[in-house]
Design a binder for this molecule. Structure first.
Ligand code: BES
Ligand code: MN
Ligand code: ZN
Length: 499
């Protein structure tokens, strides 16, 4: 993990392998010169030399662009990186992405100084978070070609300012949590059986106040967790339900988080085609996000009780696997006819949602790489939010917006519910193909328990199928592979509930 710090040193003399300046998109008639940001301390001659170099390179301050200028006269660091902030350089997410893109481009250097303007603690937090997320590499199986930046200093006027320091500490905790989620997703599925994911939760909790409870296949059978057991029964590596909890004294509210933890989704007997299977080690991204978020909430010591439920199984075809037409009895007694063994996420989540809502939390959120239909509808960068409570869904969207994650509201149209009716059981696990993301959400809705007053627990369902795993070019602070999406939104939501 990168070391983040505040420094009052000058951009001219700061000891670093590179200094980072910003460039906002120019506003005049095209081609407008970009507006250099963070360079106020530099002599006029240096600023014009940088402006000329940027013009020669055709740099326009576009978001995502990074230009490297070696040996700039007047700057003692050997390299100046100019990172594009786009049209709205004050937007915190523009800052996160620009810092992330710069730190990613500077991999291989040890020390980087960010000289971008820091008008307030929010800007400091965004820059530090972007830098932390950018300074990532997954190195379990191969050393990084260019190792991530080790140290990032934000150049600020008042490095001892309390609010700035708190923002930096938050960025460190969140950055570390997102890296945990990414590492788990990137781990080869052969090395991450359900029991390994449960072990990872226990390892993360060691030395913290977090409690971890792991239900093994014996306990799952005793508790009647037919969904998790059914999905897991085709694998030689048995399923788990992992409960991770942050329960501080005087908690303001109770938030339950439920994550889909399919360590590998082959589809089961309804086998996926090869091209649809190779990224399915990422099918535990929801569970990874929930685990990482609970860890971050504990690290930030938020005064809110957060219970994370990881529904973990490996979906494999074999002589012991569930068959299309098998009927499972879920935790709580609902029976489900399995018509497609590849619609397994909703089966493990149904069990976990019943257990999570039986504790009567104030809110419940599930996170899942649930449907290919999500990818069709919203693509690889925008996740979906559904739920049973419009006000809570709006709260989740507001938290995501603040966190800098793209989520979009989706409906749960009642008329699609009938397509989940089964001839032989309470429910079928597939319904109408049209609106597949919404049908999956309607299935989950059936497993949300009620509060004492008979109303259902306010629930939001996050479908992150597309955004959880990047197979194309990296951008901003997002690397190839596991993205850690939803961790920051869940942390932001826990912050909202603790105030
Ligand atoms: N894990 C997949 C969904 C998925 C697809 C995630 C692509 C990420 C990228 C899920 O278990 C699945 O297979 N869903 C099926 C459901 C269908 C059989 C009703 C799907 O979406 O095709
Ligand atoms: Mn599946
Ligand atoms: Zn799946």
């Amino acid at each position: 993990m990168v070391r983040l710090e505040l420094s009052s040193k000058s951009v001219k003399t700061v000891p670093a392998d590179a200094v980072v300046l910003g460039a906002a998109r120019g506003t005049g008639p095209a081609p407008a010169a970009p507006v250099l940001l963070g360079a106020d301390d530099l002599p006029r001659a240096t600023r014009s030399a940088i402006a000329r170099a940027l013009a020669d390179l055709g740099a326009d301050g576009a978001a995502g662009s990074v230009h490297l200028l070696p040996q700039v006269e007047g700057v003692s660091a050997p390299l100046v990186a100019v990172t594009g902030l786009g049209e709205d350089p004050a937007d915190p997410e523009a800052l996160r992405r620009a810092a992330g893109a710069a730190v990613r481009a500077l991999a291989g250097r040890r020390r980087v100084a960010l000289a971008l303007p820091v008008p307030d603690a929010a800007a400091a937090g965004a820059l530090a978070e972007g830098a932390a997320l950018g300074a990532y590499a997954f190195t379990r199986y191969k050393a990084a070609q260019r190792p991530p930046v080790e140290q990032v200093a934000l150049l600020v006027g008042k490095p001892r300012d309390k609010a700035l320091r708190a923002a930096l500490e938050r960025a460190r905790v969140v950055g570390e949590a997102v890296a945990v989620a990414r590492d788990l997703v990137n781990t080869a599925p052969g090395d991450l059986a359900p029991a390994d994911l449960a072990d990872a939760a226990q390892d993360l909790a060691r030395g913290t106040a977090l409690s971890v409870r792991v239900l093994t296949e014996t306990e799952l059978a005793e508790g009647g967790y037919g969904g998790i057991l059914g999905v897991g029964q085709g694998s030689s590596r048995p399923p788990r339900l992992v409960v991770v909890e942050h329960a501080p004294r005087g908690a303001k509210a109770h938030l339950a988080l439920v994550g889909k933890g399919i360590t590998f989704d082959s589809g089961g007997l309804s086998l996926k085609p090869p091209a649809g299977m190779e990224t399915m080690k990422s099918d535990m991204s929801g569970a990874a996000a929930v685990l990482a978020a609970v860890k971050a909430v504990a690290g930030l010591d938020l005064p809110v009780r957060v219970t994370g439920w990881l529904a973990v199984a490996e979906n494999m075809p074999s002589g012991t696997a569930i068959r299309p037409s098998d009927v499972l009895t879920m935790h709580g007694g609902t029976t489900v006819e399995v018509l497609n063994t590849d619609a397994e996420g909703r089966l493990v989540l149904g069990d976990a949602l019943v257990a999570a809502t039986a504790e009567q939390p104030d809110r419940v959120v599930d996170v899942a790489t649930l449907t290919g239909a999500q990818v069709v509808a919203l693509g690889n960068r925008v996740s979906a939010v559904m739920g049973n409570d419009d006000a809570f869904r709006a709260e989740v969207l507001a938290a995501a917006e603040r966190a800098g994650e793209q989520f979009w509201p989706m409906p749960l149209p009642q008329e699609l519910r009938a397509s989940l009716d089964s001839q032989v059981a309470d429910l079928a696990n597939i319904g109408d193909r049209a609106g597949g993301m919404l049908v999956a959400g309607l299935f989950l809705r059936e497993f949300i328990g009620e509060r004492a007053d008979g109303t259902p627990v306010p629930w939001a369902h996050l479908d992150i199928a597309g955004p959880s795993f990047l197979t194309t070019e990296p951008y901003g602070y997002t690397h190839r592979g596991g993205t850690g999406v939803a961790v920051r939104t869940l942390v932001a939501l826990a912050e909202d509930l603790s105030s």
